[in-house]
Design a protein around this ligand. Structure first.
Ligand code: ADP
Ligand code: ZN
Ligand code: ZN
Length: 682
């Protein structure tokens, strides 16, 4: 009896010995890994996806570690149900990237991993069948580059330097004015990477805005498999593109910030185009910077990373100045004979602008019409008018759920909130005094379009904003048409500013830029400079010279002076000096704790208590909480407090302890999140 029992114990023991403990990342808001047993440890490795029991049901998780023993009694552990097949094992550098992002941005590891995977890979569903095999000519001769241009001297130098760095980590800042041929540099460097059998990852701000870029890549590499990844893709398209990239079958991966989270078995170069663009920062969930994640990825893999821009972010420019990034410069436009546009200001204090556009702007548009050239009128505000108000009593239409005015849209006679999306029929009379003469104040794209149609009845006017081009395909068609010379006057927002190449466009008029200068955000001048340089850069891209006219009440403002002189470096130096004096990034590291609640008092009280919650290291400074400028949004009232430190590690460690100690967010009470390296403080 004794013997038998002993024998039984021995059996169980040896079985336990063969059994291994898997530490698994699951999509739950808890900062830990979950342990499971597996009978046959040889069948699994870190990076595999597994189905595991969790609560009442099974879930998909990612194996992160395999341990010999558990911290809890093994008898309490459940078994892995099965290893999920079909996707390649997630590589070690990818897991390392997730680990870093999770700790840097203070988000539980499991949620970080889950957020990086397409929905299908987070589920237990079988993966879609492999797509039909690709035609022969798409897999062979991958590196053949089709290009009409021989690189100029500056391009050749940049290509040489980056090419020489292949095979090791080295960050480059490619500072090239608009139209200087940065894309051409990327293409040639990528051709070299492909020739070595490696993959290239190219990040762009918003692919919907740059359909021309995708077309250019496809045109340059007609025999190469390109995976395009962005958040507007349908689930299945995203899954296929992700799998193509992760299997190493697609060799160029072109996408928005989320593409930086794709596992790539043979990554040879990372390119971040328009690296200054704010859309690289994710504003929910894992609040990561796609640009910073790109540099990290290149470091983990050991390959060069190229950050390209005409107006680099001050953080990146500073890294260049300090010698951490190698600076490559393209100082001239690539098309022979093409010059940067002349930029001038039009002083609104001495010029009347009864139609919203001062006479010099109207005259210049008239000249372009006579010459058969295109003009672009840029105003970064869609809708008809930003305010509908009653002159009798001063009432103005406001959103019930936000502390913001409603914008008048005349296409459907609605009042819309641009912050929460609320929409209502336009009012016929003032709700406070009954006055029926409600007036639109200010101007948006619709009103400018209307004005121009009256002033230039024979001109073909095209308006491009999110209201006219909700769909990517529609936008792509319109941009193509403009590129072919359709449309005499284009009226548009930011959507028209980015990266497009319109050969026949020679005039850019900028309305209402001043509003950005009055913002309290210390980044607003930097952003405005980038936007105006970018939109101005749409003009004069061929032989005919371009002209940019900016209406302003502050013609002497240093930002406008720098813009007129095409002096990014001078502007950046002045901004950096200001930031240093005032103690702003990149001279300190920042994080923000944001809270929202039905009542502002609750959000403020939460933040005040948070600031008192624990001892703060001497090198970390916590500022007083302040309400957001737009305090109320979608029914919630919001406040934030900023933390600063000269030491990133000290700040990181404090944030880790702090966020663990803060009470959990609740949907009825206070919801909060941390934003590390925040870039927006609305
Ligand atoms: P960026 O990306 O810097 O704005 P692009 O790469 O789009 O500039 O180039 C701007 C224009 O110059 C494009 O029409 C491109 O075809 C052309 N181009 C680029 N490199 C050369 C070159 N070496 N010679 C002539 N044209 C060029
Ligand atoms: Zn009134
Ligand atoms: Zn609203």
């Amino acid at each position: 009896m004794w013997r038998k029992e002993n024998g039984h114990i021995c059996d169980a023991k040896t079985q336990l010995l063969r059994m291994r403990v898997l530490r698994v990342a699951l999509d739950v808001p808890v900062a830990k890994l979950f342990e499971y047993l597996i009978d046959d440890a040889a069948a699994v490795a870190p990076g595999d996806r597994v189905a595991v029991p969790f609560g009442a049901r099974a879930r998909a998780g990612v194996v992160v570690e395999i341990a010999g023993a558990s911290s809890v009694a093994q008898a309490k552990l459940k078994r892995v149900e099965r290893v999920l097949e079909g996707a390649p094992r997630l590589p070690a550098d990818w897991l390392e990237q997730m680990r870093f992002l999770s700790s840097y941005y203070q988000r539980p590891f499991g949620e970080t991993v889950a957020g990086a995977l397409p929905a299908r890979l987070r589920s237990l569903k079988p993966l879609p069948k492999r797509r039909k095999t690709v035609p022969e000519d798409l897999t062979n001769s991958a590196s053949t580059l089709v290009s009409e241009h021989a690189p100029n001297a500056a391009q050749a130098c940049a290509i040489e330097r980056i090419g020489a760095a292949l095979g090791g980590f080295l960050p480059f800042l490619l500072h090239g004015i608009t139209g200087s041929g940065k894309t051409e540099v990327y293409l040639r460097v990528i051709a070299r990477v492909l020739a070595q059998g490696m993959q290239a990852l190219v990040l762009v701000p918003e692919i919907g805005l740059t359909p021309q870029l995708e077309a250019r890549f496809r045109g340059a590499f007609p025999h190469t498999r390109i995976a395009v990844l962005h958040s507007a893709l349908e689930d299945s398209a995203r899954t296929h593109a992700w799998l193509d990239a992760a299997r190493g079958e697609a060799v160029i991966i072109l996408g928005t910030r989320l593409a930086v989270l794709t596992p790539l078995p043979r990554l040879g170069i990372v390119v971040v185009d328009e690296e200054h663009d704010a859309s690289f920062k994710q504003q929910e969930g894992l609040r990561y910077s796609g640009r910073d994640a790109a540099v990290l990825r290149a470091k983990l893999v050991g390959c060069p990373v190229v950050l390209g821009s005409a107006t680099p972010s001050l953080e990146t420019w500073f890294n260049g100045r300090e010698g951490r990034y190698e600076l490559l410069t393209l100082p001239e436009r690539a098309v022979p004979g093409a010059k940067l546009p002349t930029v001038s200001t039009v002083d609104l204090r001495s010029q009347s602008a009864e139609h919203g556009l001062a006479n010099p702007l109207l005259d210049s548009i008239r000249t372009r019409l006579a010459r058969g050239e295109q003009s672009l009128v840029f105003i970064n505000r869609r809708g008809y008018a930003p305010v509908l108000s009653c002159e009798a009593c001063g009432w103005a239409a406001g959103c019930k759920r936000c502390s913001a005015r409603l914008v008048l849209h005349t296409s459907d006679q609605s009042l819309r909130c641009h912050h929460c999306g609320a929409r209502q029929a336009v009012l016929r009379e003032c709700p406070t005094c009954g006055n029926v003469d409600l007036r639109p104040l200010g101007r948006g794209t619709q009103r400018v379009e209307e004005t121009l149609a009256v002033l230039f009845p024979a001109a073909r006017i095209l308006r491009i904003d999110r209201d006219t081009t909700r769909r990517r395909a529609a936008l792509a068609r319109t941009l193509d048409a403009i590129g072919r010379g359709e449309g005499d006057i284009l009226v548009g927002t930011q959507l028209l500013a980015k990266g497009h190449d319109f050969p026949n466009l020679t005039l850019v008029c900028v309305l209402n830029a001043d509003s950005a200068l009055l913002s309290t955000d210390y980044r607003s001048a930097e952003r405005l400079f980038a936007t105006l340089a970018q939109v101005g850069g749409r003009s004069g891209r061929r032989e005919q010279p371009g002209e940019v006219l900016v209406q302003t009440r502050f013609p002497g403002h240093p930002m406008y002076r720098a813009l007129i002189g095409h002096d990014y470096a001078g502007f950046a130096a002045a901004q950096l000096a200001e930031r240093e004096g005032a103690g702003f990034p990149p001279f300190v590291h920042e994080a923000a704790l944001r809270a929202e609640a039905p009542r502002l008092a609750a959000a403020m009280a939460f933040l005040r208590a948070a600031a008192q919650l624990m001892d703060v290291p001497a090198s970390v400074q916590i500022y007083d909480p302040v309400p957001h400028v737009i305090t109320r949004r979608a029914g919630f009232e919001r406040a934030q407090l900023v933390l600063q430190s000269h030491s990133r590690p000290v700040l990181q460690e404090f944030l880790r302890l702090w966020s663990a100690a803060l009470p959990a967010s609740t949907s009825s009470g206070v919801r909060w999140h941390l934003d590390v390296d925040p870039i927006e403080f609305d």
